[in-house]
Design a protein. Structure first.
Length: 298
């Protein structure tokens, strides 16, 4: 809950926002909350009238928006991580060729990079030319004619070779090879309406629609390793990955969003980890009849 004042919330007041329920203009001194999902600003009385829920959830913004232009349509960040392994690669290869997985080719542009050949520039050649010329003139001043001739010929050949190499390098750059980057590991992405497994080593990806997923369970292992159990009508898959605190937070947020339609099991996860964000809002201060039946928490 935030109490509006002109000193701290001037940019917000300049937006001349109205309460979505009453239509009243929000002014200095009003107490408001922001729906975390749609960023709508509600007066305290309107929020209580809605039983402190909007967009099928009760979360609010933890910090007051302070940008001059409020980001009202911010794109949600969904979860993506490299996979250590999939429970049974042979079984997975078999299942992804049948429904409900949808197999398709992968656009490999982002997985490749061009190897550029480096060569001497005109500037480099000019500097070398000057150095060789000066050195040659110094040497020619004390040597006989035969050696002068040989050194002069060598100098001409050397400079001609340098110019030729410059053109050869330029030509080779036009035909530079495109090679696969090292980060071609399999990747899992949990997005708004689907799960995608990217397999760049096969130049393929497989997609599982959200509405076909029955249950997802997060199972913690040692050293920040986790297993994600994804169950659907025709089978179950385990995906192993290593998560940082930030990626863990993103995964939990994404699973919470999915819990409206998919059963999410977090009973084996311990949130009380030193330095980790507080996830108590997921299960605190909810009426028993308002609890999401699809969200299982420790």
């Amino acid at each position: 809950m935030y109490k509006i004042n002109s000193h701290s919330h001037l940019e917000f007041l300049n937006e001349r926002r109205q309460d979505p329920i009453t239509g009243d203009l929000i002014v200095e001194g009003d107490e408001i909350v922001f729906c975390r999902e749609c960023k709508s600003a509600f007066l305290k009385s309107s929020w209580e009238y809605l039983n402190e829920k909007h967009c099928n959830q009760n979360r609010t913004l933890a910090t007051f928006p302070v940008k001059k232009t409020l980001n009202l349509k911010s794109k949600r960040q969904y979860f993506k991580a490299y996979l250590h392994s999939i429970s049974d690669w042979k079984e997975f290869d078999t299942q992804i060729k049948t429904l409900p997985w949808v197999l398709s080719s992968l656009d490999m542009k982002e997985y490749y990079q061009t190897v550029k050949n480096e060569g001497l520039t005109i500037k480099d050649l000019f500097i070398i030319f000057i150095c060789v010329l000066v050195s040659t003139l110094l040497v020619l001043g004390i040597l006989n004619f035969a050696i002068k001739f040989l050194l002069g010929a060598f100098f001409i050949i050397f400079f001609a070779f340098g110019i030729a190499m410059k053109f050869l390098v330029n030509a080779s750059k036009k035909n530079s090879k495109v090679v696969l980057r090292h980060d071609n590991k399999p990747t899992i992405s949990i997005e708004k309406d689907q799960i995608i497994v990217f397999m760049p080593y096969k130049e393929q990806k497989v997609t599982l629609a959200k509405y076909k997923v029955e249950e997802i369970e997060l199972i913690p292992k040692e050293n920040n390793n986790y297993k994600l159990r994804v169950s659907y009508k025709r089978g179950t898959m385990f995906f192993s990955m290593n998560l940082t605190q930030n990626s863990f937070s993103t995964l939990i947020e994404t699973l919470y969003d999915w819990s409206n339609t998919v059963r999410i099991d977090l009973t084996k996860v311990k949130f009380a980890v030193s330095g980790m964000r507080d996830y108590s809002y997921l299960y605190a201060s909810l009426e028993e009849e308002d609890e999401n039946p699809n969200l299982l928490l420790p």
